[in-house]
Design a protein around this ligand. Structure first.
Ligand SMILES: Nc1ncnc2c1ncn2[C@@H]1O[C@H](COP(=O)(O)OP(=O)(O)OP(=O)(O)O)[C@@H](O)[C@H]1O
Length: 373
């Protein structure tokens, strides 16, 4: 099983009768991000560190690519797995590029190539070359975390373990790092296990989320959408939180559920008469030659042909294949109340109102509760 991490009935008992992890069985699939989440002390970090054998399991086994890790040479095992920890854990006496290159050097890559690759990685994680020769103490927390991610990627490992990688920075920087990391992961497709105590982070980043409970047992492993829609028990429901009905919108893809309306459009330069002829109400959507939305124009207040200065730009666009939350946001922010959905090249696909979104949510909710009954 290429690229997969498997926990097979893994337990860890510490002396003094603490059971940190109890009979954990799960699969972290190839190229996907699996998040471990749960209350403090539920065994998340212990589980993660058993993968690269910083901690030895008391029983059970962990398989990498189908091969039990306890039979592997531990140094070689660790070189196959990128590891990112809270506060980045950078070497204080090495510069940024030297830090990044250090994992590649461990893997036997010659210094000139390791340093060259390090400069490239710096930009991939959103830093400029200006940082290359700084020391870790000359960086902000968010910048240090980026360097930590770059260092883990430097040996191009198939697997990555990330322990609270974004928790040491303020909420704004954290959201930025999360977004950047999601983009990066879409390109690199590593098999990742990430630990967090933050359910929002888990739901945002995880392809699947494993919820652990105190005592180190698995409460549920599922996609964010399923966790929100069908928590396995009261513990998961409580942990996933009070806003889960609302949060569900962030994960509900709308393509099938939401019928879109055809939206009349006009080009820039359209005369007031042409705009009024196209209008179904006060607002008309203006598009460019490739039918990409430019903004809304008020048909009641046009004095001459539509100019860029006439456009109301407040409406957000919902990409096709995104979520009901995006469409809801587009509808709420458009002066017409019609949320604009665009295709892969930014071209207009159609519009939907808040009422359409609510009807789709209601339809999906009914389907879910019928499936449960
Ligand atoms: N070296 C150790 N010796 C004894 N008990 C330990 C040791 N390391 C961890 N534990 C205990 O094992 C349990 C799980 O710890 P672990 O660090 O895996 O939890 P966690 O879910 O990562 O917690 P947090 O979110 O607070 O970091 C805890 O009860 C902890 O006190």
């Amino acid at each position: 099983m290429a690229g997969m991490i498997v926990f097979d009935n893994v337990s860890k008992h510490y002396p003094g009768a603490t059971t940190a992890v109890n009979g954990l069985s799960l699969e972290a699939p190839n190229g996907k991000l699996t998040v471990f989440v749960g209350p403090s002390g539920c065994g998340k970090t212990t589980s993660l560190r058993m993968v690269n054998r910083l901690i030895a399991p008391s029983s059970g086994s962990i398989l990498l690519d189908g091969e039990p890790t306890d039979r592997m040479d531990v140094a070689l095992l660790r070189r196959r797995i990128g590891y990112v920890i809270q506060h980045a854990g950078l070497f204080p006496h090495l510069t940024v590029v030297q830090n990044i290159a250090s994992t590649a050097r461990l893997n036997g890559i010659a210094k000139p190539k390791a340093l060259k690759d390090a400069h490239e990685l710096l930009e991939r994680v959103g830093l400029t070359q200006a940082f290359a020769h700084r020391f870790p103490w000359q960086l902000s927390g968010g910048q240090q975390q980026r360097v930590g991610v770059a260092r883990a990627l430097a040996s191009d490992p198939k697997f990555m373990l990330m322990d609270e990688p974004f928790s040491a920075v303020d909420p704004v920087v954290r959201a930025q790092l999360q977004d950047e990391f999601l983009r990066l992961q879409r390109e690199i497709g590593k098999t990742i296990i990430m630990v967090t105590h933050d359910i929002d982070e888990a739901l945002k980043l995880g392809d699947q989320v494993a919820v652990l409970r105190t005592g180190g047992t698995l409460a549920q492993i599922a996609t964010p959408q399923t966790l929100l829609a069908r928590p396995a028990d009261a513990f998961v429901a409580e942990f996933v939180g009070r806003d889960r009905g609302y949060r569900y919108l962030s994960f509900a893809e709308f393509d099938a559920a939401l019928p879109l309306c055809a939206e009349p459009t006009v080009p820039l330069g359209a005369t007031p008469e042409a705009v009024r002829a196209a209008a179904t109400d006060r607002w008309v959507l203006v598009v460019d030659a490739a039918r990409r939305p430019l903004g809304w124009v008020d048909s009641t207040s046009l004095a001459g042909p539509v100019r860029e200065g006439d456009l109301n730009l407040s409406g957000t666009l919902a990409p096709q294949g995104s979520t009901l939350r995006h469409v809801m946001d587009a509808a709420l922010s458009a002066p017409s109340g019609r949320g604009v959905v665009v295709g892969p090249d930014g071209e207009l696909v159609g519009t939907a109102t808040l009422a359409d979104v609510v009807a789709a949510v209601e339809g999906a909710r009914r389907t879910r509760s019928e499936a449960r009954a």
